[in-house]
Write a protein that binds this ligand. Structure first.
Ligand SMILES: [Zn+2]
Length: 163
């Protein structure tokens, strides 16, 4: 049974550290697989569209994205922006409550990672998904959207999904 993990919020140090690579031999273990399930459960319970491992206080290079066909795990990912950062993305973060900000992002990004079975995946994302992947990847390097935002605002309510 998967369980929701406690969310880590600013100013927690784990949000500011560079997370370490997952040892590939560790991916198939039941301990790691149940951690992925717990991370997915946490994202669902918190109503996020993505979540990165440092957001539950575990500094390993893993994030989850809630995609069209369900949540997917990305392990040791590389997310490379394609083109110029011309999109004004309005972002919020589960770990930064009550703040929204405009971040300049690229329209597309290239993703290379391992999936939860340790298989290599490589694809391009665009639009909203490109933003989610860039946001989650930043978490693995200790970067928050408020560091990059060209402006921020306080808000108690918002209709957009958090990442
Ligand atoms: Zn976030």
């Amino acid at each position: 049974m998967s369980k929701s993990l406690p969310l880590v919020k600013i100013p927690a140090m784990s949000l500011r550290e560079r997370s370490i690579e997952v040892d590939q031999t560790h991916i198939g273990t039941s301990e790691f697989q149940s951690f992925l399930d717990d991370l997915i459960e946490t994202m669902i319970v918190e109503d996020g569209i993505g979540i990165a491992s440092p957001q539950v206080g575990k500094n390993i290079r893993v994030f989850i994205v809630n995609e069209k066909f369900g949540p997917k795990a990305y392990i040791n990912p590389e997310v490379t922006p394609i083109g110029e950062p011309i999109i004004e993305s309005e972002e919020g973060c589960l770990s930064v409550p009550g703040v929204w900000g405009i971040v300049m992002r690229t329209k597309k990004a290239k993703v290379k990672a391992l999936d939860r079975h340790g298989r290599r995946v490589e694809f391009e994302v665009k639009g909203f998904m490109a933003i989610v992947f860039q946001h989650e990847f930043d978490h693995l390097n200790g970067v928050l959207f408020i560091d990059k935002a060209i402006r921020t605002e306080q808000a108690n309510q918002h209709t957009k999904q958090l990442v």
